[in-house]
Every structure is written in structure tokens, then in C-alpha cells.
Design a protein around this ligand. Structure first.
Ligand SMILES: C[S@@+](CC[C@H](N)C(=O)[O-])C[C@H]1O[C@@H](n2cnc3c(N)ncnc32)[C@H](O)[C@@H]1O
Length: 277
């Protein structure tokens, strides 16, 4: 127990999938993963061995790898994450790609990301569309702190981070060319919530039927959208019809897109009316 062990033996005894075990050990040792592949015979010092085993125990107990590593890749960039923020999902990359497609036609667009979490959407949009003026909000001050730190680490041009519930966080009368949001949309009694116990509840569920936050974002968009602007929403795989219906009731023309798994996951909409024609 108290002696050094080789990389190979430590990885094999971890009980984790090889890729995860390597990622975790590389993180503990502060070396590149490739080095562990190239030098499985190297010995791991006793204190590092103990730190790796503790991390492997946490992983086996269900803690997401991203929290143990403190980072998650999103749209090709590494975002710092901790338990104050949702771990960015590949499904959300599709939402960002859609948004970039719609932004392409606009000059200096004003963008509002509601419920920014780690900042993954706002920061990616700001870096990929540098003349965008991006505002990002969250109800959670600790999430906003992570988002602001990520923005600084990635040199994202000044993003205006604002604390508050949905549109209450932004100045009255502000108008945006793109409002984008991946709000909490898991219903309170959804059995999947149990598997997501390490992530903040406020990031996952609206505490109701799963549509409350989507409804709040849609309702407020009516006045916060600029003429001709777009609303882009992520939602559950089985919520697109309800989301489309809410949007139509508020005078929007919605179009739903599928995610990387083929599920209807993102809906983009534009408002009807003479000013938006
Ligand atoms: C599903 S997470 C999305 C985080 C990030 N945008 C992403 O896509 O990974 C939802 C976010 O909405 C925030 N949130 C929850 N209720 C809110 C509210 N009433 N107003 C603003 N943000 C809220 C949560 O704190 C969380 O960061």
C-alpha cells in the first residue's frame, strides 16, 4: 500500500475504463496523457498514488469525470467546471453551431445568453463571432464567477455578465438580435435526475413539468428581441411540440433541429409581424 507502483499497474487496478483512468492519472500527475501511454513502466510516487486512488474512488461512486478533472471540452475549447455549473453537453454544441449560422448574416449583433452556467455558449459565440456584443446572465452568482473566469482565461472580448432571473438581469428596454438559452428543462419527477445528482439542481430542473423556464424565456423574448431577431432554445428530446406551440402562441415562427443523437433538441424562431418581416 505504501510503496510506489507503475503507471500500468495503477491504471489496471483502478476499476475504471482505460481512457478515464489515464485522464485521471495524467491530471493527478500533471502530465500529458500521451506520456502515460508511452511510459507505462514509470513508477508513481506514494502520495500521487494515494491521490489517484481517492479520485478513482470518487469516479466509481458516480462523480462525473469533468468535475474530477475540473475541465470539459466544448466546441473545441477547454472550459473550467466545478459543481456550481452544469457540465457542458455535446447536444449544446449543436445549438451553438445553429446560432453561429444565424449570426453569420448580422453585423455587430447584440446577443443575450440566458442561464450561461460555465459560459460555454456565450464565450464560444463571442470568440467565433468577435464583433458580437454578448451579454450573459445567470441566477447563480457562483456559476457567473466560473463563467467570468473562463471568459478571462480564453481572452473572450468583454462579455457583460449579469446576475438575476431571466430578463430581470438585463436593463429594461435592452434589445437583442439573438436570444439564446439552454434553460433547466428536466421535469421534477424525471427519473434521469437521479443520475445527475452531482450537478446543481437549479441548472437541471425547473421544479415543475420541465417547461416552466422555457415558458419564461419565451414570454420575455417578445419584448427583448430586436426587429428581425432570432430566439434559439435548447429543450428536451420530447418537448419540441410543446415549445413550438408556446412559440406560435407568442407570434413566433419556429423550426426544430436535431442534435448529435438525432433527437429534436433545439428550436430556432423568428417573430411574425411587420417590424420583423
Ligand atoms: C441547463 S444549465 C445551462 C448552462 C450552460 N448555458 C450550458 O449550456 O451548459 C441552465 C442554467 O440556467 C441557470 N438558471 C436557472 N434558473 C435561472 C433563472 N431563473 N434565471 C437565470 N438563470 C437561471 C442555472 O443556474 C444554469 O446555469
Amino acid at each position: 500500500v505504501s510503496s510506489a507502483q507503475t503507471v500500468e499497474a495503477l491504471l489496471a487496478a483502478s476499476g475504471l475504463a482505460p481512457r478515464e483512468a489515464r485522464a485521471l492519472l495524467a491530471h493527478v500527475l500533471g502530465v500529458a496523457r500521451e506520456r502515460l501511454v508511452a511510459h507505462p513502466e514509470e513508477s508513481v510516487a506514494v502520495d500521487k498514488k494515494a491521490a489517484f486512488r481517492a479520485a478513482a474512488d470518487r469516479r466509481r461512486a458516480g462523480e462525473p469525470l469533468a468535475y474530477l478533472l475540473g475541465v470539459k471540452e466544448f466546441c473545441g475549447r477547454c472550459f473550467a467546471v466545478n459543481r456550481d455549473v452544469l457540465i457542458p453537453r455535446p447536444e449544446t454544441e449543436a445549438l451553438v453551431e445553429l446560432a453561429l449560422h444565424y449570426l453569420r448574416a448580422l453585423t455587430a449583433p447584440r446577443v443575450l445568453d440566458l442561464g450561461t452556467g460555465s459560459g460555454c455558449i456565450a464565450i464560444t459565440l463571442s470568440l467565433e463571432h468577435p464583433d458580437a456584443e454578448v451579454t450573459a446572465t445567470d441566477l447563480s452568482a457562483s456559476a457567473l464567477a466560473i463563467a467570468a473566469a473562463n471568459a478571462q482565461a480564453m481572452s473572450a472580448r468583454a462579455i457583460d455578465f449579469r446576475l438575476g432571473s431571466w430578463y430581470e438581469a438585463v436593463p429594461p428596454g435592452a434589445r437583442y438580435d439573438l436570444i439564446i438559452s439552454n434553460p433547466p428543462y428536466v421535469a421534477r419527477h424525471d427519473p434521469h435526475l437521479a443520475e445527475l445528482a452531482f450537478e446543481p439542481a437549479v441548472a437541471l430542473t425547473d421544479g415543475g413539468d420541465g417547461l416552466r423556464c422555457l415558458a419564461a424565456v419565451i414570454a420575455g423574448a417578445k419584448t427583448a428581441i430586436a426587429a428581425g431577431g432570432w430566439l434559439a432554445l435548447e429543450h428536451g428530446y420530447d418537448q419540441h411540440e410543446a415549445v413550438q406551440q408556446m412559440l406560435r402562441e407568442h407570434g413566433w415562427r419556429p423550426l426544430t433541429y436535431t442534435d448529435c443523437n438525432g433527437h429534436p433538441r433545439a428550436t430556432v424562431a423568428r417573430r411574425d409581424g411587420p417590424d420583423n418581416a
